[in-house]
Design a protein around this ligand. Structure first.
Ligand code: DC
Length: 343
C-alpha cells in the first residue's frame, strides 16, 4: 500500500551540522516508528523555513542510505509569526500499513505544530537485564524483530565509550578524562531495518566494539557516574519515542523504572562461558574455555559491585534462569509476559 508520512523538526542553529543531524534524527524516527525499510521509501519532500540556508536537508537522507528514492527540497512559504528554523518532510512509502495507521513524527519545537498527535499512543518498553552471556542480546534482538520493536543494546553504548578511550590513548579508568570524552563524542544510534548501528563521530563502529579489550574498557567506563548519566539520558530518549526492547544491566532498576515488562535473565556462569566460546567459534575464533570463564567472572564482579547503578534484579522483574533452556523457550516466555502486560 502507498502511504504518506508527515513529520517536522526544528533545529537550534542554521549550520550544516545542525540541519543534517536533526533531519537524520527525524527520518530515523519516521522509519522506526513506522517499521519502514529503506527500500520502502519512494520519495521524500523536504521543506525548510527561509531562515535555514546552510545545507539541503536531502543530504541527510543520502547519509542514511536512502539512495533510490526521489528527493526534493523546497523553501517553505513564509507566514508571519510561524515557527522558526523548521524542517518539514513528507515521506511517501510502500508499506503494509494503511494510511490511517501511519505514525506522523513531530520532534523538538515542531511538536507545537501538531499538539493533536504529540504524545499520543504510549510506547511500550521491555527491559531485559542480566549478566554477560545470559542470552539477553540474542533473545532481545529476535523478539524485537518479531514484534516490530526497536532493539536497544545499551552495552554497545558503554563499549563505544570504551573504544573511543582506547583509540584516543585515554585510560578507561580515568573518570575525569573518560567523562569528558563521553560528553564530547557525537554518538548516534541508528536503526536500519530494525538493526542497531552505532556511530561515534560519524564513523560506524558497530563491528569494532566486539573485542575483549573493548569489553574490558566498557566495564571500566561503566563505573563512572558522569558517563552513565550521559548514556542513560540517551537511552531514555530512545524509549520515549519508540516501542523498545532494551537490554543491559540497569534497565529495569534505573533507566526505565516504568517499563511495562521487566525480565532478569540469568544462567550458570560455566554455561555462559560455554555459550561465549560457541559464539567465538562461529566467528572462527578459537577460545580457551577457562580464560573466557575468568573474563566473564571478572566482568560479573565489576558489574555487580560498582557503586552506581550496579547489575541488580529489579524488584518487579521476572527472573528466568536460561541455563537449561533453548532460545526459543526463553523467547516464548518473554513474549507471553509482554502479551499479558499489554492486555
Ligand atoms: O552487555 P555488554 O557486554 O555489551 O556490556 C558491556 C559493558 O557495559 C559491561 O561490562 C556492562 C556495562 N553495561 C552497563 O554497565 N550498563 C548497561 N546498561 C549495559 C552495559
Amino acid at each position: 500500500m502507498r502511504c504518506c508520512i508527515r513529520g517536522a523538526v526544528t533545529v537550534d542553529a542554521n549550520t550544516r551540522e545542525d540541519i543534517l543531524l536533526n533531519t537524520r534524527n527525524l527520518l530515523k524516527e519516521i522509519i522506526n516508528q513506522n517499521s519502514l525499510k529503506i527500500e520502502d521509501i519512494v520519495s521524500v519532500l523536504f521543506t525548510a523555513t527561509r531562515d535555514l540556508d546552510a545545507a539541503y536537508p536531502a543530504v541527510a537522507a543520502r547519509e542514511l542510505g536512502i539512495v533510490s528514492a526521489s528527493l526534493m527540497c523546497a523553501q517553505e512559504m513564509y507566514v508571519r509569526d510561524s515557527l522558526e528554523k523548521c524542517i518539514r518532510v513528507q515521506v511517501e512509502a510502500e508499506t503494509v500499513k494503511s494510511q490511517a495507521d501511519v505514525r506522523f513524527v513531530y520532534l523538538k519545537d515542531a511538536v507545537k505544530l501538531r499538539p493533536d498527535i504529540a504524545g499520543k499512543g504510549k510506547n511500550v518498553a521491555v527491559a531485559i537485564d542480566g549478566p554477560a552471556g545470559s542470552g539477553k542480546s540474542t533473545v532481545a534482538k529476535e523478539l524485537a524483530a518479531e514484534l516490530g520493536f526497536i532493539y536497544v543494546d545499551t552495552g554497545a553504548m558503554y563499549r563505544s565509550i570504551g573504544y573511543k578511550c582506547l583509540e584516543n590513548g585515554i585510560d578507561p579508568n580515568n573518570a575525569e578524562r573518560a567523562a569528558e570524552l563521553a560528553g564530547n563524542v557525537n554518538m548516534e544510534i541508528c536503526y536500519i531495518d530494525g538493526r542497531q548501528r552505532i556511530f561515534a563521530d560519524a564513523v560506524d563502529i558497530t563491528d569494532d566494539i566486539r573485542t575483549q579489550e573493548v569489553a574490558d574498557a566498557a566495564s571500566a567506563v561503566a563505573k563512572i557516574p558522569e558517563v552513565r548519566r550521559i548514556l542513560v539520558k540517551l537511552q531514555r530518549e530512545i524509549a520515549k519515542n519508540n516501542n523498545v526492547i532494551m537490554d543491559g544491566r540497569d534497565i529495569g532498576s534505573n533507566v526505565l523504572p516504568d517499563a511495562q515488562v521487566k525480565v532478569y535473565l540469568d544462567a550458570d556462569v560455566a554455561e555462559r562461558a560455554k555459550r561465549r566460546c560457541g559464539e567465538l567459534a562461529q566467528k572462527g575464533i578459537e577460545a580457551d574455555f577457562y580464560k573466557v570463564l575468568d573474563e566473564i567472572m571478572a566482568r560479573d564482579k565489576q558489574d555487580r559491585e560498582r557503586t552506581v547503578n550496579p547489575l541488580v534484579i529489579a524488584e518487579d522483574a521476572t527472573i528466568i534462569d536460561t541455563t537449561n533452556m533453548k532460545i526459543v523457550q526463553v523467547k516464548q516466555e518473554i513474549a507471553e509476559l509482554i502479551r499479558q502486560a499489554l492486555l
